[in-house]
Design a binder for this molecule. Structure first.
Ligand SMILES: C[S@@+](CC[C@H](N)C(=O)[O-])C[C@H]1O[C@@H](n2cnc3c(N)ncnc32)[C@H](O)[C@@H]1O
Length: 295
């Protein structure tokens, strides 16, 4: 059993070098995969070491074997969530990958909003929404096209596996620097409690969104269909097989004609590819029924 990193030695700057065996790496990779779908190949070993070393230091542990014990012990759920936060990034911003919002404005939302105005329902899901900039950008786009959206059956669901990040998303308070990314109209009408340092998302966009915790690897409680699903820069952490299953599950929640938007370095592959046709950059439109594909 090789160990890239040696026994705990204090290094310059107070950094400790922790023992990290192949077995420790396998244990961490196993839990990351089983609990969250994260695919940690041996090439990620150094990254795992550096990201989790910080956690060992915070917890005052002497080596990775002790950390693995914690991951496998009773009450390990909270620590597994800390592990996920350390191994993935929550990076996001308002109107990230703007082309998706342009496609919504130009093509996708106008007929859906007309239908909602005539008594239909419009549902959008931001899956892996991080600190909320994505669902608020969706809400602001809806409000741009339909300022009286509150009068109709229009809802946005925003979910993430991380309860801490969901609490931040619900709070809807952001650094003032982030405001620049909002369209002028949104800055004029949908911002509140602006200070020198922060601003808050206003009531109209907030009221369109329901936030909730949801691990995409587990059962999904939602039963109705979504006209638009955003799941961007989340599947990048998953194995090809897990990604394939995820695309198929999303396809199952879209009506024919519904849209799936994914991150810039992600691609729909596997069985769902037959019914999710490319409809723009990293944008897919459902063109057939799930029964038509082998799952
Ligand atoms: C890089 S952020 C992407 C945020 C936003 N979608 C965007 O593109 O700006 C990735 C998010 O995926 C979430 N995530 C990772 N694994 C997940 C899982 N198994 N289920 C749900 N969310 C997950 C993380 O907590 C994180 O907030």
């Amino acid at each position: 059993m090789t160990s890239t990193h040696q026994a705990p030695l204090p290094l310059a700057g107070g950094i400790t070098n922790y023992t990290f065996s192949d077995k420790d790496f396998s244990t961490i990779a196993h839990h990351a995969q089983q609990d969250f779908g994260l695919h940690l190949t041996p090439a990620k070993r150094d990254l795992v070491y550096s990201r989790l070393s910080k956690r060992l230091r915070q917890l005052g542990l002497s080596d990775f074997a002790a950390y693995c014990k914690l991951l496998e012990g009773p009450d390990s759920n909270a620590e597994r969530m800390e592990m996920l936060s350390a191994l993935t990034t929550n990076v996001t911003h308002f109107f990230r990958e703007e082309h998706h919002f342009q496609t919504l404005r130009d093509k996708v939302l106008p007929p859906l909003i007309s239908a909602a105005r005539s008594g239909g329902r419009l549902r959008i899901w931001s899956a892996g929404c991080s600190a909320g900039q994505e669902p608020y950008s969706l809400a602001l786009t809806v409000l741009e096209l339909c300022p009286d959206a509150a009068r109709f059956d229009i809802r946005i669901l925003a979910t993430d596996v991380d309860p801490v990040i969901i609490a931040r998303a619900k709070a809807g308070i952001y650094d003032i620097e982030e405001m620049k990314a909002l369209p002028q109209q949104a800055q004029n009408h949908h911002i509140t409690n602006r200070t020198a340092k922060t601003f808050e998302i206003g009531k109209a966009p907030r009221d369109l969104i329901t936030f909730g915790e949801l691990n995409l690897m587990q059962d999904w409680p939602m039963r109705g269909l979504f006209d638009v699903i955003f799941c961007r820069n989340v599947a990048i952490y998953f194995s090809q097989e897990t990604q394939s299953r995820l695309w198929t599950r999303f396809a199952g929640l879209l009506p024919i004609g519904g849209h799936l938007c994914i991150g810039h370095s992600e691609r729909v592959a596997g069985p769902a590819k037959d019914i999710l046709a490319a409809a723009g950059v990293t944008t897919y439109r459902k063109i057939g029924s799930l029964d038509a594909v082998k799952t």
